[in-house]
Design a protein around this ligand. Structure first.
Ligand code: HPA
Length: 267
């Protein structure tokens, strides 16, 4: 049996056989959303190939269970390209979600804003992205499937559902373009100005490789950024990982309301 099939069996044995309708990946400081799920938590250490999330603010466990009556599989932490230099570090975990029968994925992250109208505490729904980190998680993939089309990579149907949920909750959810920088250093002010010229609305160090992998695996996906700071040079506040973790809860509460409404409305 392949490792993915074995892990899928382990997860089914512990958490039940029904396929999760949605996979959710939680970003920095957003890990507590997993606590809202009534289900079974499996530490990543029991799941070979799942990321040993080495970044504080992440909770390295998979929680499979019910949220608003819908079956979900929540990845409480992610690994980033900058931790290992491997852009495909989330591939095993996403392959296992696929092996469980999951067809849709919602990714979350903390991000810096390039728009004055999106201050810290705001949310942004990704309409599209720019892979500015200069690498790709499918480099080395031998199959023809590596030539993944990325038009509408951010699923219009899921996005419409998330926007409707946000509207019903009275929460602003503007759409924008996310630009992936490798990190782990934050951007320079000149890089932030360049990203704006390129058409970005927010910057971050994650999510894009997962979107590429999701499309490769045939998962429909969408992603939401929690804005924790203005991009470098756009405000006087200092940028740090501590600041990101401290600010994430501001937007996380709103994001949780949107996700709950989205799942409850049955889109
Ligand atoms: N840049 C990159 N990643 C981030 C930022 C930022 O300003 N804020 C939170 N994650």
């Amino acid at each position: 049996m392949s490792r993915n099939a074995e892990l899928a069996r382990l997860i089914r044995d512990r958490a039940g056989a029904a396929p999760p309708e949605y996979g959710l990946v939680l970003g920095s400081g957003l890990g507590h959303l997993a606590a809202a799920v009534e289900g079974v938590a499996i530490p990543y250490s029991d799941l070979p190939g799942f990321p040993h999330a080495g970044v504080s603010g992440h909770v390295p466990q998979l929680v499979v269970g019910a949220l608003e009556g819908r079956r979900v599989a929540v990845l409480g932490g992610r690994a980033h390209y900058y931790e290992s230099g491997r852009a495909d570090v989330m591939r095993p975990a996403l392959e296992v979600l696929k092996a469980l029968g999951t067809e849709r994925l919602i990714l979350t992250n903390a991000a810096g804003s390039l728009r004055a109208a999106m201050p810290p505490g705001s949310l942004m729904l990704l309409s599209d992205h720019i892979a500015f980190a200069g690498t790709n998680p499918l480099i080395g993939e031998p199959s023809e499937a590596r030539f993944v089309p990325m038009t509408e990579a951010h699923d219009p149907g899921i996005r419409a559902g998330l926007k409707a949920a946000a509207e019903a909750e009275g929460i602003a959810l503007p759409e924008g373009v996310y630009c992936w920088f490798s990190g782990p250093s934050f951007e320079t002010p000149a890089e932030i100005r360049a990203a704006r010229i390129l058409g970005a609305d927010a910057v971050g160090m994650s999510t894009v490789p997962e979107v590429i992998l999701a499309r490769f695996l045939g998962l429909r996906c969408a992603a939401v950024s929690v804005i924790t700071n203005m991009g470098a040079g756009l405000s006087d506040e200092s940028i740090s990982h501590e600041h990101t973790k401290a600010m994430a809860p501001l937007g996380a509460a709103k994001l949780e309301r949107i996700l709950r409404r989205f799942l409850a409305q049955g889109t």
